[in-house]
Design a protein around this ligand. Structure first.
Ligand SMILES: NC(=O)C1=CN([C@@H]2O[C@H](COP(=O)(O)OP(=O)(O)OC[C@H]3O[C@@H](n4cnc5c(N)ncnc54)[C@H](OP(=O)(O)O)[C@@H]3O)[C@@H](O)[C@H]2O)C=CC1
Ligand SMILES: CC(=O)[C@@H](O)[C@H](O)COP(=O)(O)O
Ligand SMILES: [Mn+2]
Length: 398
């Protein structure tokens, strides 16, 4: 009898939505380090077709999605920039098609905002594992995303650094053992600014994050601490916690990403340098551990870890987020939508930095936080909240 050599272990086949962004770029670094473990079978972005073409060429990606109409048409005209035989997908249908590719095992959603919701749900319904960076999706529709993951037996792998950290600390512990989780907040660009200068803070100021290099929307959210508010809501869904069990602490170094406190008073923390390659690799190779893309913390070098309570008078969007979580129902969806509108207006120079929290708070006051009966009702609230928040902008316009 002839001997048969064992077939090599199959690679995980990945679809990456948001491939051209900050998370996308860090994911590509992880892929370059582990070509024997990970294979890219689909990528998508909004409009940067030339960057998608470069990624498709480097990683020999057969499926490419482009959301924007004009960019899709340009890409079609410039198809020679893509590898021969590339299938181009278009719009939201295109993202959904990528998320359900028969060839894919895991879909990483890293599209800014909530556009990734439908593809995320489609991926889960098709039984794909979902690696989730886009926290806004859980804030908008956590109830429905978690139900879809349960129903289809799909794994939900947190990519957001703090949530990936909690995921790691919880391993081997029943949920009933957890008293609370504490997410760390860097304090963002204005952590050390005198409060009386915040009224003059510009978009360029807000985009100077002390520790992380990220897309513009999340970087402004870090400066207002809306990012931490969204992350508390994200954690509630991912780890099935009560709002009061989800807390935040200021930690300037962004080296400790979470603390998980158990009922016996023990806390576990997760530490790694402030780079997204660590959580992305953890989520994509899970449960395997391998050498990472970047060196770990060097304990031979002097560094300190500081923790202090968040001053909510300085960062009102954290208080408003806690109140929205307590109110429940669609209040978190309103928080998210109004924040997105306010941040976009701030980045366009239309409102001052200090107008972001009142726009969100006033929008919350104008929509009743009823429990959503279905996904359609959540999406309707999302649209209403965007319209109402846009009306609030007028009070603050520059
Ligand atoms: N950056 C980080 O370190 C972290 C980010 N996150 C979350 O990950 C998500 C992405 O953030 P980040 O990478 O910083 O954002 P970026 O702004 O850097 O990138 C956004 C990505 O989304 C794509 N995109 C935007 N709109 C669409 C659309 N309608 N259809 C398809 N693709 C679209 C962009 O494409 P194009 O380039 O063509 O415009 C780009 O690839 C956010 O939800 C953020 O909260 C969470 C934790 C950390
Ligand atoms: C890298 C990451 O996960 C971001 O969400 C990060 O948390 C932003 O930093 P801060 O919100 O702590 O400023
Ligand atoms: Mn985070």
């Amino acid at each position: 009898m002839g001997s048969t050599s064992p077939s090599p272990p199959r690679k995980k086949r990945l679809v990456l939505l948001g491939a051209t962004g900050s998370i996308g770029t860090n994911t590509l670094r992880v892929l370059r380090a582990h070509p024997d473990k990970l294979e890219l079978v689909g990528i998508a972005g909004h409009s940067n077709w030339a960057k998608l073409a470069a990624i498709a060429t480097e990683f020999r990606v057969p499926h490419v999605g482009i959301f924007d109409d004009a960019s899709f048409n340009t890409a079609r005209a410039e198809i020679s920039a893509f590898p021969a035989g590339t299938a181009l997908h278009h719009g939201l249908d295109g993202l959904n098609a990528l998320a359900t590719l028969p060839d894919a095992d895991v879909v990483l959603v890293a599209v800014v905002g909530t556009t990734g919701l439908a593809p995320a749900l489609a991926a889960l319904a098709a039984g794909k594992d979902l690696a989730l960076a886009s926290k806004e999706i859980l804030v908008l529709a956590g109830k429905f995303v978690m139900a879809a993951a349960r129903e289809h037996g799909a794994a939900l792998l947190p990519v957001d650094s703090e949530h990936n950290a909690v995921f790691q600390c919880l391993a081997g512990h029943p949920g009933s053992a957890v008293r609370r989780i504490v997410l760390t907040a860097s304090g963002g660009a204005f952590r050390d600014w005198p409060a009386d200068q915040l009224a003059r803070a510009t978009p360029a100021d807000a985009l100077r994050h002390p520790n992380w290099s990220m897309g513009p929307k999340i970087t402004v959210d870090s400066a207002t601490l809306a990012n931490k508010g969204l992350e508390l809501m994200e954690a509630k869904w991912l780890f099935n916690l009560q709002p009061a069990q989800c807390q935040a602490v200021l930690h300037a170094q962004s080296i400790v990403h979470c603390l998980v406190e158990f009922f016996d008073g023990t806390m576990l923390a997760q530490l790694s340098p402030p780079s997204m390659t660590f959580p992305i690799q953890h989520a994509l190779l899970h449960p395997e551990r391998r050498a990472g893309v970047e060196p770990p913390l060097d304990l031979a070098r002097l560094f300190s870890l500081d923790f202090r309570p968040v001053d909510e008078s300085r960062f009102p969007l954290l208080r408003i987020a806690r109140e929205a979580m307590e109110a429940g129902g669609v209040a978190p969806a309103v928080y998210n939508a109004a924040n997105e509108i306010a941040v976009a207006a701030f980045l366009q120079g239309r409102i001052p930095f200090l107008a972001i929290p009142p726009v969100v708070e006033q929008s919350l006051g104008l929509i009743s936080p009823a429990d959503p009966v279905d996904l359609a009702s959540v999406l309707a609230v999302d649209a209403d909240a965007r319209r109402i928040a846009a009306e609030q902008l007028r009070r603050y316009s520059l």
